[in-house]
Design a protein. Sequence first.
Length: 53
Amino acid sequence: MPEDKEENEKDTVYDEKGREELLDDGEISSEEEGFMRGYEESDEEKEEKKEEE
């Protein structure tokens, strides 16, 4: 079972709710959370550009 939890954490670190939970639990630092937020925003911008084309 612990492996399932690890997989879920890996999946959710890329969304806002997952990052907030990991940050609150002390599993990631605020710097890591900010990095992942930037990653997510960058990915969203790429998708928007593809839709415009």
